[in-house]
Design a protein around this ligand. Structure first.
Ligand SMILES: Cc1ncc(COP(=O)(O)O)c(C=O)c1O
Length: 369
């Protein structure tokens, strides 16, 4: 039996290494995972209490269309619930978009290198992924406009971009949109939106009412610390949202995930504190990299892609043996880089210590504490 031709040669997604797996394999007691851009501070403590209340409903299906969550998100953003579609992670929204819009022969334009699911889902639907190289880690919007033709159905923009963390500004985005034809759907993936502190970052939601081609993706997996629950959402025109509803599984987001997300949304203090801690952690790491003369991409996310000037896999292995899991750039298309998630102050210190050891750099005073 053969699967459909579009799957041949398609790689299986390789997630970051699991904490427990590394502990077991290397016989280490203490391991820190800075590989998947998860929130090192967990989630709002309010989530715990709210989940207990769901116990009596375990035998019942959840709201298929996550109506309660969509109402609260709509209220939060000052928009209407019929513009919002919830997914089993924003990963699922990526899949739903590709399923709803792409057919064999179509094309989808995206950056090279960016979040890999855009390409995978494009290829699975039999469409062609047209990849436009980043320039200095940033989307080359002019070249992306040029790559669009009559076959192009979707343009994917990851902002901040994973894995580089770079952003495009509001002015750059609006100019880009003004140059794209009407037949193209534009997906702006803002998975790391809540971490951004750059004042020029786009207010993409404000563009939605006037642009039926646009869909914005956000998630509860990152700053809200709910990656295990798998819940994300897209915001678009009601017409576009309705098309996605057609390909959505009937009960795609589960009851606990919906409850966790609704509660997390009410704790914006937690979100602010995490954003602030992330900025401090980013500074802590960047300062040391600059002392060592190592270059990195300026990141607005909760991760940093840095050039170790060595084969990334070797650095990854040395870090791993010291109980620090990062993401090797060799799997991401940057053979001498590693991507590290910003951790707590203590985790960042341990990472810097391990990196100093791996690269034979002087151990920083601060990191040695
Ligand atoms: C840019 C980007 N988009 C989407 C996702 C998927 O997130 P979710 O957990 O909501 O599926 C990720 C996860 O790392 C990401 O980096």
């Amino acid at each position: 039996m053969r699967t459909k031709a579009t799957l041949h040669g398609l790689p299986v997604y390789q997630p970051g290494k699991l904490l427990e797996e590394v502990k077991r394999e290397l016989g280490l007691d203490e391991v820190i995972k800075l590989a998947s851009n998860e929130n090192p501070f967990g989630c709002s403590p309010k989530v715990w209490e709210s989940l207990a209340k769901e116990r009596e409903f375990f035998a019942m299906y959840p709201e298929g269309d996550a109506r309660g969550l969509r109402l609260e998100l709509a209220d939060f953003y000052g928009t209407s619930p019929d513009r919002i579609v919830c997914g089993n992670g924003s990963d699922e929204i990526v899949q739903m978009i590709a399923r709803a819009y792409l057919e064999p022969g179509d094309q989808a334009v995206m950056a090279d290198i960016t979040f890999p699911r855009y390409k995978t889902m494009t290829v699975v639907e039999g469409a062609k992924a047209v990849e436009v190289p980043l320039v200095n880690g940033v989307h080359d919007l002019d070249a992306m406009v040029e790559a669009v033709n009559e076959k192009t159905k979707i343009v994917w923009v990851c902002n901040p971009n994973n894995p580089t963390g770079t952003v495009i500004s509001h002015t750059e985005l609006t100019r880009f949109l003004s140059r794209l034809p009407d037949h193209v759907l534009i997906v702006v993936d803002e998975a790391y939106y809540e971490y951004v502190t750059d004042a020029d970052y786009p207010d993409t939601l404000s563009l939605l009412p006037d642009d039926p081609r646009l869909i914005v993706l956000r998630t509860f997996s990152k700053i809200y610390g709910l990656a295990a629950f798998r819940i994300g959402y897209g915001i678009a025109s009601p017409e576009l949202a309705r098309e996605l509803e057609k390909v959505r599984e009937p009960f795609n987001t589960n009851r606990l995930a919906q409850r966790a997300a609704r509660t997390a949304l009410t704790d914006q203090d937690f979100v602010c504190n995490c954003r602030e801690a992330n900025r401090k952690g980013m500074d802590q790491i960047v300062r040391q990299l600059e002392n060592w003369g190592l270059s990195y991409f300026p990141s607005q996310g909760n991760f940093l892609l840095l050039d170790t000037q060595r084969p990334a896999q070797e650095v990854f292995d040395v870090l791993l043996r010291q109980g620090v899991i990062v993401r090797s750039g060799s799997a991401l298309g940057y053979p001498t880089h590693i991507r590290v998630t910003i951790g707590t102050e203590e985790q960042n210190r341990r990472f810097l210590q391990a990196l100093a050891y791996a690269l034979e750099k002087p151990i920083p005073k601060e990191a040695a504490r």
